[in-house]
Design a protein around this ligand. Structure first.
Ligand code: ADP
Ligand code: MG
Length: 651
């Protein structure tokens, strides 16, 4: 082509030349044309720039002198071309304006117009390209080493799934076999999903990528190594496109996540196991607790039932015996009276038990009408005064020291008689625990919303089991000397007063029982101070054969400021009443007396002293409600508050 252009140039010689010049300038090469004499006849600007020759210097120059700044000898190439054989793409370094340039030189033989052989030189500056090529080679080498250093296995396949490239990891994973096709790879791997479904070859992530899909994070189980051990891999696969967006292959990256998966599974099973264990233990514990509290409840009920049965039997036995004897001796008035008294007494015992159990069971709130404001501190003083004479005896002869710490106005709202009863029970228990002596501490406190009274002793204390069960009715460790009803009553009374009872005790370290009540809401009533209630002292005759009851009631009435004379039977009472010299306001008599019925005494007293206020104390008495002869009746066991109120009522 160049030769024909050259011919044309030679032919037309004017406009033609300029066409040749234009052509020479247009090609991105340094071009020089030598004629048959190997003299330079035509050049372009790129050639002149490369060689540093101007047009004048260049024209006519010998080919052997036409590359003064080439850094290599070109004689050989020139001779070959001049001999008619083209020399293509020889790399020749040039010194070009102080820099080294690399030129790809081509020498092509050509015929000039005279038929002589000339030479065409074409030089392409490949300095940049060469640098780029070197850069590229370096980059590729770097990439390749990265490729091999990757911990993931990388496999590049062609459009048919044939292996094109693999990195070191991929090769190692499938050594010694070298799968050449996707099918071979699939046969080696035998991939399955984690749920165990086997994958067909066309479902392989690489196969999917070859259909144009980008597969991300697929987790599969495969066989690896010579033994075909199971491994878990995470697979990503991407299609590779040619410039026309046709899939020409795929690259698949696999990561071995066997360890991670195993660890995860272990963590998960461990967590599940732990959770199951916690659940099981909780269930067991709950079941145990339920069983324990059911047992306790049943035990308490059983004990309650057994206790009631015992006491009722005790009451019924003499009643039945007496009834039998009564029938046998119906003609004998003395015997009849005697049996009647026995029956009454036995029934009273039963009724007393019933009343005490009732006080435990009845936990409904108090009826407002009977409530009053009670100062616990004052009540403590009362109970102490009332019981003190009996302490030493109760403590089996031991010396009992008293320590009191009483808050000013420890006011609670409730039934004074019941609260007193509760305190009495606590003091009695404390004394029982201190056989041989000790210190009795009673403390009242007003602390925020709580009013409390605590009775402590330095006695034997309680084991955990006793402490647990102490509030149960009929639970006692005192054998025949205990009823097991004291703390049950205390508990019932505290609950009915919207409060609670707490025990603090351990064996050998004494016991504190604390009753905690809420501060009364609303205004305090005027009848606040029990001391204020019955300022008017009465003269009272108390008839009771039972020593404990007699002493208790006497102490109670005296503590309220009354003058009390006590006798044991009907006879002594009659003598007392007959004696007009003795002033008397109130008669309080038991019904079952050893030498007669209290009712006879009531009739007698009513006749002798019409103005006398008369009260009877009974646990069992069919006549009492209708009897016009008495002003009040009290059921045994006598509530202290009720007694004091009735006495005070005799204005
Ligand atoms: P009782 O006094 O008739 O046995 P309680 O209900 O008053 O019945 O008490 C029940 C049991 O609680 C007693 O038998 C005793 O074992 C224990 N207990 C109560 N108070 C005390 C105390 N202050 N010190 C040691 N043990 C006590
Ligand atoms: Mg007791």
């Amino acid at each position: 082509m160049l030769s024909s252009a050259l011919e044309t140039a030679q032919d037309t010689n004017g406009a033609g030349l300029s066409r040749l010049d234009a052509l020479l300038e247009a090609v991105p090469l340094a071009v020089a044309v030598f004629d048959g004499g190997l003299s330079l006849v035509a050049t372009n600007a790129r050639y002149r720039d490369l060689t540093g020759l101007d047009v004048a210097q260049a024209t006519g120059r010998s080919i052997y002198d036409a590359f003064p700044n080439a850094l290599a000898d070109l004689t050989e190439q020139v001779d070959i071309a001049a001999g008619g054989v083209p020399v293509v793409s020889v790399r020749v370094p040039f010194q070009h304006r102080g820099n080294k340039r690399l030129v790809e030189a081509t020498f092509i033989p050509l015929n000039d117009v005279r038929g002589e052989r000339g030479v065409l030189f074409a030089g392409s500056d490949v300095t940049e390209r060469e640098e780029l090529r070197e850069d590229l080679a370096r980059s590729v080498a770097q990439l390749e080493s990265i490729f091999d250093v990757l911990p993931d296995s990388v496999r590049v396949v062609d459009a048919d799934g044939g292996t094109v490239r693999t990195n070191a990891q991929a090769q190692q994973e499938h050594a010694p076999a070298k799968p050449e096709t996707l099918r071979e790879l699939w046969q080696l791997d035998r991939p399955r999903t984690l749920t165990g479904t086997t994958l067909f070859v066309h479902e392989h992530p690489t196969a999917r990528a070859l259909r144009g899909e980008r597969v991300r994070g697929e987790t599969l189980e495969v066989r690896r190594g010579p033994e075909g051990a199971p491994a878990v891999i995470e697979v990503n696969s991407n299609p590779l496109y040619d410039p026309h967006r046709r899939v020409r292959g795929a690259v698949t990256v696999e990561r071995d996540v066997t360890e991670r998966t195993r660890l995860q599974q272990r963590v998960q099973t461990e967590a599940e196991r732990l959770e199951r264990m916690v659940q099981e233990r909780t269930r067991e514990l709950l079941a145990l607790q339920e069983a324990a509290s059911r047992d306790r409840r049943l035990a308490a009920i059983g004990q309650l039932a057994a206790g009631v049965m015992h006491d009722v039997n005790n009451a019924l036995n003499p009643i039945m015996a007496a009834a039998y004897l009564l029938e046998m001796n119906a003609e004998n008035p003395t015997a009849v009276r005697d049996y009647a008294v026995r029956i009454a007494r036995a029934a009273e015992t039963g009724a007393a038990t019933a009343a005490r159990v009732g006080r435990f069971i009845r936990q409904e709130p108090l009826l407002g009408a009977r409530e009053e404001d009670v100062d616990l501190s004052v009540m403590v003083e009362e109970v102490v005064a009332m019981t003190r004479p009996l302490w030493q005896e109760r403590a089996k002869g031991g010396i009992i020291k008293l320590e009191e710490s009483l808050a000013q106005r420890a006011m609670v709202r409730g039934i004074a008689g019941e609260l007193r009863e509760a305190l009495l029970n606590l003091v009695q228990n404390a004394l029982d625990a201190m056989a041989g002596g000790g210190t009795l501490r009673i403390r009242t406190t007003v602390d925020g919303p709580d009013i409390s009274v605590a009775v402590s002793d330095t006695g034997i204390g309680m084991s955990a089991e006793v402490r647990e069960r102490a509030f149960e009715p009929f639970f006692t460790t005192k054998g025949v000397n205990g009823t097991g009803l004291g703390l049950a009553e205390v508990y019932g009374i505290a609950r009915r007063h919207r409060g609670r009872a707490e025990i603090e005790s351990s064996p050998g370290n004494g016991t504190t029982v604390r009753l905690i009540f809420p501060v009364p809401s609303g205004e305090l009533t005027r009848a606040t101070d029990p001391k204020m209630r019955s300022r008017k002292a009465r003269r009272i005759l108390l008839v009771e054969d039972h020593t404990d009851s007699r002493e208790f009631m006497q102490a109670l009435l005296e503590s309220d400021g009354h003058h009390v004379d006590a006798v044991r039977n009907v006879e002594e009472a009659r003598d007392y009443i007959r004696d007009d010299a003795r002033p008397l306001d109130v008669l309080v008599t038991d019904i079952g007396l050893p030498d007669g019925s209290g009712w006879d005494l009531v009739a007698f007293a009513r006749e002798r002293r019409p103005m006398l206020r008369i009260g009877v104390v009974t646990g069992w008495e069919p006549r009492n409600e209708q009897d016009p002869g008495c002003d009040f009746t009290l059921r045994k066991p006598v509530g202290a508050a009720d007694l004091l109120a009735e006495i005070a009522g005799s204005a």
